[in-house]
Design a protein around this ligand. Structure first.
Ligand code: NDP
Length: 338
């Protein structure tokens, strides 16, 4: 496993990071979830990403239990705050980036994870209904209380990142990461988010590098999805992955296989290695529903893809690739959620 620095900081993270969205506490039984986490540790993954909202807190609990007994100093544990979470009935303030919600949310996350601190605390989305100064002051107080070491954002637009970075500097805390979606098929961060982050000293930790499993090539055009795959997960996964499940995309993905084979990789490994070719990416944030997937996926660490093969990937995927940077701003919710 290779490691990269996260932004302009001294923190090193495993360039393949394990994430548990849709799996822990939901699609995957707890014993399999634990086996996946242990496979990740065995393969040299030290960095784990979750969020309070995943399975309404259960994902943090499952991850915390699976990591129990590990040496805390040898792990990097990341979580997030923003989306509504908590046992019903939810109150008006059980969401967003207000001081009240952030102060309560960090304590709930730490309790569920069974740890005294997280290494990275991330704003899961931008909150247009809370002054950014309030949010950044809350982050600073969380860091000063020792509950988080560094802070990050997820799916924020370049101007939002720039403003937050300026405030973080004034407050003396380190905003070092951006967590956007990024894959061969979804490249909207390249024109604007990446250059701004490079300038300000933030790295990307990219989610769904395999387009939720689609870039593994296991979904065949015109065929029903394999049993047990995300596309069959009626608890939520099927709905999220369907955006990539068109015959056009699935046909093109099949044509990536010979390119992967030239590098002695599976198509899944090629997809993960592809995001890691971007040196502003500190980690590919990879999910798994089975330990064997983790073992396969980590072999993408350290792979260098020659320029000629990168061009062939672009030729195969053609206009199935989404590149419009204007889509970045669409991730900011336009309404208060509660
Ligand atoms: P991926 O693109 O890595 O998809 C992972 C899924 O693909 C697995 O759960 C599995 O699903 C399938 N898969 C994994 N490996 C293989 C393989 N070798 N062969 C075939 N299928 C495989 O990422 P995710 O969409 O899971 O996202 C990863 C992480 O990113 C999340 O856990 C979370 O931490 C983060 N994230 C952050 C978001 C944000 O807003 N900040 C949003 C979404 C995710 P199956 O076997 O069920 O088909």
């Amino acid at each position: 496993m290779e490691f990269r620095y996260l932004g302009n900081s001294g923190l090193q993270i495993s360039e393949i990071t394990y994430g548990n969205w849709l799996t822990h506490g939901s699609q995957v039984e707890n014993d399999v979830a634990t086996a996946c986490v242990h496979a990740a540790l065995d393969c040299g993954i030290t960095t784990f990403d979750t969020a309070d909202v995943y399975a309404n807190g259960a994902a943090e609990e499952v991850l915390g239990a699976a990591l129990k007994g590990q040496r805390r100093e040898s792990l990097e544990i990341f979580t997030k705050v923003y989306w509504p979470v908590g046992p019903a009935p939810l109150g008006k303030n059980d969401t967003g980036l207000s001081r009240k919600h952030m102060m309560e949310a960090i304590d709930s996350s730490l309790r569920r994870l069974g740890t005294d601190y997280v290494d990275l605390y991330q704003a899961h989305r931008y909150d247009s209904f809370t002054p950014l100064e309030e949010t950044m002051q809350a982050f600073a107080d969380i860091v000063r209380a020792g509950k988080a070491l560094y802070i990050g954002v997820s799916e924020w637009a370049p101007d939002q990142i720039r403003q937050a970075h300026g405030l973080a500097r004034q407050l003396g805390i380190s905003l070092i990461s951006s967590q956007p979606q990024y894959s061969m098929l979804w490249r909207i961060i390249e024109p604007e988010v990446v250059p701004v982050c490079r300038e300000l000293g933030l790295s990307q930790i990219v989610w769904s590098p395999m387009a939720q499993g689609v870039l593994s090539g296991k979904y065949q055009p015109g065929q029903p999805p394999p049993a047990g795959s995300r596309a069959t997960d009626e608890k939520g996964g099927a709905n999220f992955v369907k955006r990539f499940m068109t015959d056009d995309v699935l046909t093109r993905v099949q044509q990536l296989r010979p390119i992967a084979e030239e590098l002695d990789l599976t198509t899944a490994q090629l997809a993960i290695a592809w995001v890691l070719q971007n040196d502003n990416v500190a980690a590919a944030l990879v999910g798994a529903s089975r330990p064997e997937q983790v073992t396969e996926n980590v072999k993408a660490s350290g792979v260098r893809i020659p320029a000629e093969l990168l061009s062939r990937v672009d030729g195969v995927l053609g206009d199935a690739v989404t590149t419009d940077p204007a889509l970045v701003a669409k991730s900011t919710p336009t309404q208060r959620l509660l």
